[in-house]
Write a protein that binds this ligand. Structure first.
Ligand SMILES: [Zn+2]
Length: 173
């Protein structure tokens, strides 16, 4: 039996959500330290990606394993009460995520999902961030087909951020 009032549940969920911002900060701080520049929570892109690297045509989502239903993950365990409620809720989140990633792909964006479980402990986190960097360089080179004539990237402008310019990029404090 679930003894939480809707207000209590809302409060608990908000607390869990805000705790989820810590993994995102880890990724942001690291990207910034490595010289990557980005925008946050782009309002006009599907799913409001946590981190947008325009130069790499890449959106990064740092996903909490519970809320986004990370299959087979130790952090994704449905609460023992109200199982159906949670199952439905998480499944809905997963469907929304899939739709957002597909919509971004149609607009010409790469999507990288980083699960919170891949950011701890520190040794695992280091490997994840190093492989993120490799992935970003790979994307950059593949988009431009270095050594294969003129840049194809120019033929496929990214869409969805109509205000375009890099002037609004966020620099980490
Ligand atoms: Zn996970």
């Amino acid at each position: 039996m679930d003894t939480m009032s809707p207000q209590q549940r809302h409060k608990n969920m908000a607390a869990i959500r805000s705790a989820d911002t810590k993994p995102e900060m880890t990724v942001r701080r690291w990207l910034h330290s490595r010289g990557f520049r980005y925008r946050l929570n782009h309002p006009r892109l599907p799913g409001h990606p946590d981190i947008v690297l325009r130069k790499y045509r890449t959106c990064i989502f740092v996903n909490g394993c519970f809320w986004h239903g990370h299959e087979g993950c130790r952090y994704f365990r449905l609460p023992k009460t109200n199982v159906d409620f949670w199952r439905t809720k998480i499944e809905r989140n997963r469907e929304r995520d899939r739709r957002d990633y597909q919509a971004l792909a149609r607009l010409g964006w790469h999507t990288i999902v980083i699960w919170e479980c891949s950011l701890k402990p520190a040794s695992v986190c280091q490997r994840t961030l190093e492989s993120l960097e490799q992935t970003l360089y790979h994307i950059y080179l593949a988009d431009r087909e270095v050594g294969n004539g003129p840049s194809r990237a120019l033929e496929y402008p990214v869409r969805g951020e109509e205000d375009g310019g890099d002037g609004k990029m966020v620099a980490e404090q």
